[in-house]
Design a binder for this molecule. Structure first.
Ligand code: HPA
Length: 247
């Protein structure tokens, strides 16, 4: 079954005909919100609002382990995760969509694994390609079909937040190879891999990162708000086609 994890600006899927709200408990605590099971174009999908239904949970307090565990428990095998990001690469100006193919994890202090070694087992999962090529292709194909521009590829640098970055921090991320920066891709992508879920991401640039483009002097939080809503309209449309045209 397909799953969608919505980020900032996407706490609800308006085009989802809701069948069920599922309040789920997991061994790791409660997920961010009830799972919403519903249908898009007749096809069953499970939706989860990463920051809670009222957008009250900051990135470093999201219970990523509970979220992914709950999704898998609901029968989800393939996830499209939506992130808002700051664009480091010039091409990633406000409102631009991208389907990243790599990430770098700068987060710390987050519960980031199911394999804590408590049962005496040491488990390492492969993470060479952190985003599932199949999900990436599906998202890019959906974008092409509805005529929504989406950049193929990019390196998502995941920082702890919730504050935004200094210009020098963005310079460092760029030197590392990051083309965009956000706060929620990890540990989410790693946990999905540990659970064997196919996981891909659609990143929405809502601002130029600190020191770049029109954020040279400061990042305008007001501008982020203005960009978010119309961009998420396109995201919803794209996701509808991702679901509709899925094999
Ligand atoms: N930095 C980090 N996370 C973000 C940004 C940013 O500039 N924009 C949206 N999420």
């Amino acid at each position: 079954m397909l799953g969608i994890i919505g980020g900032s600006g996407l706490t609800r899927m308006a085009n989802l005909a809701t069948d069920r709200r599922m309040e789920v408990r997991t061994p790791y605590g409660d997920p961010s919100a009830p799972l919403i099971s519903g249908r898009i174009a007749g096809r069953e999908v499970v939706f989860l609002a990463r920051h809670g239904e009222e957008h009250t949970i900051p990135p470093h307090r999201v219970n990523y382990r509970a979220n992914l565990w709950a999704m898998r428990g609901a029968g989800v095998t393939e996830i499209a995760a939506i992130f808002s990001v700051g664009g480091i690469d010039e091409a990633l100006g406000p409102g631009v969509l991208a389907v990243p193919d790599q990430l770098i994890d700068y987060t710390h202090g987050r519960a980031h694994t199911y394999f804590d070694g408590e049962d005496g087992n040491v488990v390492h999962v492969d993470f060479t390609r952190p985003f599932s090529p199949a999900v990436r292709v599906g998202l890019l194909r959906a974008a092409a079909r509805v005529g929504i521009a989406a950049i193929d590829g990019g390196v998502y640098g995941v920082v702890n937040g919730p504050r935004l970055e200094s210009a020098a921090e963005i310079d460092r991320l760029e030197r590392d190879g990051a083309t965009m920066v956000g706060m929620t891709g990890m540990p989410e992508a790693g946990l999905a891999r540990e659970l064997g879920l196919l996981y891909g991401a659609l990143a929405v640039s809502v601002n130029y990162a600190a020191g770049r483009g029109n954020s040279r002097e400061q990042v305008s939080v007001e501008q982020i708000r203005n960009v978010l809503e119309p961009a998420m309209g396109r995201v919803r449309e794209l996701l509808e086609h991702w679901v509709r045209d899925h094999d």
